[in-house]
Structure formats: structure tokens, C-alpha cells
Write a protein that binds this ligand. Structure first.
Ligand SMILES: *[C@@H]1O[C@H](CO)[C@@H](O)[C@H](O)[C@H]1NC(C)=O
Ligand SMILES: *[C@@H]1O[C@H](CO)[C@@H](O)[C@H](O)[C@H]1NC(C)=O
Ligand SMILES: *[C@@H]1O[C@H](CO)[C@@H](O)[C@H](O)[C@H]1NC(C)=O
Ligand SMILES: *[C@@H]1O[C@H](CO)[C@@H](O)[C@H](O)[C@H]1NC(C)=O
Length: 490
């Protein structure tokens, strides 16, 4: 407020200052809008170009020098169907306690419902004997896409049916002696289709007979095994799916587990030498991936690191070569070089990994060169408040699954500052009676739906052209010139 007691000259100065400030703000916004509306106008930027030559400096986080620089590394994601491009909501009909971090299976058009939606419920405090626990549950319901009174798409539970699944899992956990953690029950469920068409769920749960060192493990199970209503809804189409292979939750166990295993991202190669196998991206700092083997108690590392430190498998910035001094391992990766300057705390994986061939459907023959795996990764910030910044990361579909590129920071149009967004879900949206057998693979002109939680209190989704998610990436070292040129084609 301008103080009415100030002398006229002071008021004038304040007014001028205010106008300059406003005009500057508007012009920044305009330049930002131009950028996001026309990704093609943006020259593709190499990470390296925007930074100092690789030297010991790279091991020091470089703070973005200006807000402008931060904005240039930002991409706004708009909803295709929302009349204002805003993100869309999921109406769970008042499921209690609060439902968030949604993930879903798109059912073919012939089914009784359009989507089966899963997500977590807010923790409930329970007492068992002397002990107090925070209990987490996974809820499921059917939904159809509809519109609210303003024409905004809403994924809505019309049926007033819901259930919680995997409930039996929390009881054995009570015997657990896990230090510090009082969480029990399945959490952070992710739904995805295997490349051969099985609907799968992945989640975290306390490991009941573990020791202090092993508190939480990752599990996977066929979605049809945990809720018979899925098969019922799929009807005739369901008979064409592969038989259920994982009818009880399979623990995904590595030989040297961390005490809390969370946020693993499943991936599969659509074709090529690794097709058919299930892998998990576990650590991204240096990248550690594991392969699932039905006959082995453990998931096994995909590759043994060439050097002493497992975190040393760095993919250096484009053209920069090896640093003279061995870089601090955690800081030597493509990912680190890009995000370290923002001073993040941890990197959380969000979504399952899909694959995409970088041409329009039918316009090229997919091969290992023009096809990438991609998923959403989320650097987490804790200051000044909790915040996740989703980015698309792409990897080779052949071993050792090198990083190829990383997108700008994605921000979903309509989200607010202070309300953080956590992206759990990504899937192609096919909307046909007979979706392709491999629903985890698509093309630039396909459509992708993202599912995310807003402020740990509600579910939302975004419908977007696949092409948008591939536009304007920073390249990692080793990304071939072919890859760079294919990408500039769109
Ligand atoms: C939901 O969609 C399915 C499949 O299109 C349809 O059969 C069903 O009638 C719809 N339900 C409602 C309540 O609109
Ligand atoms: C969930 O189911 C319970 C009964 O089992 C019901 O009271 C509640 O209204 C349902 N909620 C939704 C969102 O359908
Ligand atoms: C990825 O695979 C391609 C083969 O298509 C290979 O030429 C390239 O060197 C690999 N690495 C990267 C980072 O692209
Ligand atoms: C799915 O396709 C049908 C036509 O087959 C169309 O009417 C409907 O709007 C589409 N749904 C969405 C969500 O785009």
C-alpha cells in the first residue's frame, strides 16, 4: 500500500518503481509464454553450452545466476482437453481418509468402465498394544472421464464402489523391529502394463521378518490377483491378456538392501536383446539398475561398474570429456551436472518407465537407435519448503541403458506455489477397443496421461501429447548425433 501521508514526490517515485516492476514482470511472462507455446522456437540447448567448461567447478553446485536462467530451464505442461489448459482433477467421491498419488489402468473401450484408479490413503494412527503405528492403505475404484459444469475434464467415480487392497499386508508387519519407522501397510502404489500386456502393481511395504537393517521392501503383483473386479470389468478382452504370473506380492530384494527401499521404477525394453525382461531403476545418482529373475531370490545389478565406486558410472556432459580431477562421484553424472546448481536434496523416481519411438506412428521402423525409454524423475527440495521438480529422463533401450537426455523442469499448468506435486503415474492413453499388445510403447503422435498427487491431499492428472515430453531436452554425453538430429526434426 502507498502511504497516503507521503509527500507527492515520494508517491510518484513509488508509482514509477511499481510500474517498472509490473512491466518487467509482464514482459518476463510474455517471453515465457512464447517459449512454451512454440518449443520449436527454442534452439536445442546442450547442457554444456549453458555452463562453464567442465572443470573442478562441475563438482561445485553452480547456483543459477538469475531468475531468468531458472525460467529458461522451465517447461509448462498444458492439458489437451481442459479449456484453459489447466491440470484436471480426480473425483474420488469423498473417499476417506484423503486419497492422493493416483495411478490408473486405462481399460479398453469395450470394458464396463474407462479406468481403474489406485492411490494411497492418508496415514491413520492406530494402536496395537502399547505401540502406535501410522497405517497406510491402498484404495481402488473405477472411474469414467466426464466434465464438470465449467467443461473441465474430471475422472470420476460414478459407481460409489471402492475397496482397499493388500490389507492383509500390514498385520505381519506388527512383529517387525524396524527402528525409527512406525509406518505399516502398503504405500505408493504404481500401476503399469508389462510389454506383454499384464496389468501390474508395484508398492512399498514393511518387510515383516526383516531385521533392523531391512525396513521397507518393494513388491510387485498382478493387479488382477488383488481385485477380481478388474477381470470382471475387462470382460471378453481380459481373456486375451497373458495369464497371471505373479498372484501374490513378490518381494524385490537386492543382495545388499538399503534399510528403506522406495520409489523403484520398473522398465522393459520394447524390443532388442533385453526385450521381455523386467528391470528396475533403483538409484539415479550414478544410475543403478537391477534385473528381475523369477528363479533368483535377488534382483541382480545390470552391470558391474567399471571403476571402484558404484556411483562412479558417470555420463559426462556433452563434449566435455573426462574431468582432469576425478569428480566427486555423485556429482559427475549428466543428471547432477544439470540439477546440482539448484541445490536439491534427493532425487525421487516417480513414474514407471515407458518407451517411445521418435517418429509419428507408421512413419518409421522402430529400432534401438530411434527408440528411448523414458520416465519422470523428481529432484526434491526441502528448502524453503518441500518441492519436487519433475523432469523427463531418457535412456537407451539396450544395456547398459545409458542416459541420453533430460528435459527442462516440468510444471503442470494450474498448480500453485506452496502446493507441491508428486508425479507417480505415466501411461499412454490409447482409447480404443483393442489397445496395442505393448501399451508401454508409443510414438511421438500418441498421447500420454500423467497422474499426480497435489499437496499430499488429492489426485490429479494431465493429458498431453507425447511429443511435448520429448521436446527441448538437455543432452547427456554420448547422445549420438543421430539422436540429436532426430529430435530436432520435431
Ligand atoms: C463408463 O464408461 C463405460 C465404457 O465406456 C460405459 O459402458 C459406462 O456406461 C460408463 N458409466 C457411466 C456411469 O457413464
Ligand atoms: C467406499 O465404500 C464405502 C462402503 O464400503 C462407502 O461408504 C463409501 O461411500 C465409498 N466411497 C466411495 C468414494 O465410493
Ligand atoms: C545408446 O545406444 C546407441 C545405439 O543406438 C549407441 O550408438 C549409443 O552410443 C548409446 N549411448 C548413448 C548415450 O546414446
Ligand atoms: C475416446 O474415443 C471416442 C470415440 O471412439 C470419443 O468419443 C471419446 O471422446 C474419446 N475419449 C477421450 C477421453 O478422448
Amino acid at each position: 500500500m502507498i502511504n497516503t501521508n507521503s509527500r507527492p514526490s515520494t508517491r510518484l517515485l513509488l508509482l514509477i518503481a511499481f510500474s517498472i516492476f509490473t512491466l518487467y514482470g509482464i514482459s518476463t511472462l510474455i517471453s515465457l509464454r512464447v517459449e512454451v507455446h512454440h518449443p520449436k522456437l527454442n534452439p536445442f540447448r546442450d547442457v554444456q553450452k549453458s555452463q562453464q567448461p567442465l572443470s573442478p567447478q562441475v563438482t561445485q553446485p553452480i547456483r543459477p545466476s538469475s531468475t531468468q536462467e531458472k525460467l529458461e530451464d522451465l517447461q509448462i505442461i498444458w492439458s489437451k482437453r481442459n479449456p484453459n489448459g489447466l491440470f484436471n482433477t480426480i473425483d474420488d467421491s469423498g473417499l476417506q481418509p484423503q486419497f492422493y498419488n493416483p495411478t490408473f489402468l486405462e481399460l479398453p473401450q469395450s470394458s464396463a468402465h474407462q479406468f481403474m484408479v489406485f492411490g494411497r490413503l492418508r496415514h491413520e494412527m492406530i494402536h496395537i498394544g502399547e505401540q502406535r503405528y501410522r497405517k497406510s492403505r491402498v484404495a481402488v475404484f473405477f472411474a469414467n472421464l466426464t466434465k464438470d459444469g465449467f467443461g473441465n475434464p474430471v475422472m470420476k467415480n460414478f459407481e460409489m464402489w471402492n475397496e482397499t487392497i493388500l490389507d492383509h499386508l500390514y498385520e505381519p508387519a506388527i512383529k517387525h523391529t524396524c527402528e525409527r519407522h512406525d509406518y505399516i501397510g502398503p504405500e505408493d502404489v504404481k500401476a503399469w502394463w508389462t510389454t506383454s500386456g499384464a496389468p501390474m502393481l508395484m508398492f512399498t511395504n514393511i518387510y515383516p521378518i526383516g531385521n533392523i537393517k531391512e525396513c521397507f521392501s518393494m513388491y510387485m503383483v498382478d493387479a488382477r490377483a488383488v481385485t477380481p473386479r478388474l477381470d470382471e470389468a475387462l470382460g471378453e478382452y481380459g481373456t486375451h491378456l497373458p495369464p497371471i504370473e505373479f498372484d501374490t506380492p513378490v518381494r524385490l530384494h537386492r543382495a545388499e538392501p538399503r534399510s528403506v527401499e522406495k520409489n523403484w521404477a520398473p522398465f522393459q525394453a520394447p524390443f532388442g536383446p533385453d526385450a521381455g525382461d523386467i528391470f528396475f531403476n533403483v538409484e539415479l545418482d550414478g544410475q543403478r539398475a537391477y534385473k528381475f529373475d523369477r528363479f533368483d531370490e535377488y534382483v541382480r545389478p545390470v552391470k558391474t561398474p567399471p571403476s571402484s565406486s558404484p556411483l562412479d558410472e558417470a555420463f559426462y556432459l556433452s563434449g566435455a570429456g573426462e574431468p582432469e580431477q576425478p569428480a566427486e562421484p555423485k556429482r559427475a553424472t549428466c543428471l547432477h551436472n544439470l540439477v546440482d546448481k539448484y541445490g536439491y536434496w534427493q532425487i525421487h523416481q516417480g513414474t514407471p518407465v515407458l518407451s517411445m519411438t521418435l517418429c509419428n506412428r507408421g512413419e518409421c521402423e522402430p529400432n534401438i537407435h530411434n527408440t528411448v525409454n523414458f520416465g519422470i524423475i523428481q529432484p526434491k527440495y526441502v528448502k524453503p519448503l518441500n518441492w519436487y521438480e519433475p523432469r523427463i529422463a531418457t535412456w537407451n533401450i539396450t544395456r547398459p541403458f545409458e542416459w541420453r537426455s533430460i528435459s527442462k523442469r516440468l510444471t503442470y499448468h494450474g498448480t500453485k506455489s506452496r502446493e507441491y506435486v508428486y508425479t507417480m503415474h505415466m501411461s499412454y492413453f490409447f482409447n480404443t477397443t483393442s489397445p496395442p499388445e505393448n501399451r508401454a510403447h508409443g510414438f511421438l503422435d500418441d498421447e500420454i496421461w500423467l497422474g499426480f498427487g497435489v499437496a499430499d491431499s488429492r489426485g490429479a492428472f494431465m493429458d498431453v501429447d507425447a511429443r511435448e515430453l520429448m521436446a527441448d531436452h538437455h543432452y547427456c554425453d554420448g547422445a549420438t548425433s543421430d539422436y540429436r538430429t532426430t529430435r530436432t526434426d520435431f
